[in-house]
Design a protein around this ligand. Structure first.
Ligand code: APR
Length: 234
């Protein structure tokens, strides 16, 4: 059986599907103050502004199609005999739309709603409002099921375990500016994994990777997947 691969993805893998990144020239954080729309304090101050922000992103994401990079990762999962885990920082569902099964959304997902009172989760309606009633406890305490700055990402125990057993760690389309994801390469390296960065340009953590390939994800990811499948079939 082939080795274990952990793949971290960021907004860059969905850029060519028409979804904005955060820190590029026209990124989301150049248009919105993240303190207003991506923190619990911002939500408490103005829940409607936050709901409008995520409703607009949900509508965008609903129109988006997976691109060749998402599809290549789904092909890898189907054809590779080892274990593959995709840890995505993205809240879109393009990995699942491409056919990937083993996907962990460490920052949550646009298509999920969360109750601030009882922490129940349910499929998000297209237009979510903060006074939507929780289907379980009936509280008017709905929020987007996304992880905001200052909150603990989902699945950190699973991710830590996967990194400790990884033979290969691949980072795709992330600036390496946000922790704890930005430290996964160091963790994987410490456990002896080979590390590869596939990005449009060097991320803040590029020097930490054993191998780097730069270019658009729709080119670098299919190329890498073809190389990895050819290498493991030898
Ligand atoms: N192909 C590959 N990489 C790309 C492409 C592309 N077509 N377009 C942009 N990129 C790269 C950029 O060079 C950049 O390094 O994707 C990265 C996007 O970085 P960010 O905008 O910072 O997005 P991300 O790294 O996913 O942000 C991490 O920050 O705000 C939080 O929760 C948010 O999950 C997000 C986290």
């Amino acid at each position: 059986m082939n080795g274990r691969i952990v793949i971290l993805t960021g907004a860059g893998i969905s850029a060519e599907s028409g979804l904005g990144t955060f820190r590029d020239v026209d990124g989301l954080w150049t248009k919105y103050d993240l303190n207003d729309v991506a923190t619990p304090e911002g939500f408490a101050r103005n829940p409607n502004l936050v709901m409008d922000f995520y409703n607009a992103r949900r509508a965008n994401a609903a129109e988006a199609e997976p691109n060749a990079a998402h599809e290549a990762l789904a092909r890898l999962e189907a054809d590779y005999t080892g274990e593959i885990l995709i840890v995505t920082q993205n809240v879109d569902s393009l990995h699942e739309a491409a056919g990937s099964k083993n996907v962990l959304h460490m920052h949550g997902a646009l298509n999920s709603a969360l109750c601030n009172a009882c922490h129940h989760r349910w499929p998000a309606p297209a237009l979510m409002a903060s006074d939507d009633l929780c289907p379980r406890c009936n509280a008017a305490a709905t929020r987007p099921d996304v992880v905001w700055f200052g909150e603990i990402p989902y699945g950190m125990d699973v991710i830590g375990e996967a990194l400790s057993k990884a033979d290969l760690f691949v980072s795709i389309g992330t600036s390496g500016e946000v922790y704890p994801a930005a430290n996964f390469v160091a963790e994987a390296d410490r456990y002896g994994a080979h590390t590869i960065e596939l990005n449009l340009e060097p991320s803040a953590r590029a020097s930490r990777f054993a191998e780097t390939r730069f270019g658009p994800a729709t080119q670098t990811v299919p190329e890498w997947v073809n190389d990895e499948l050819a290498r493991t079939k030898q």
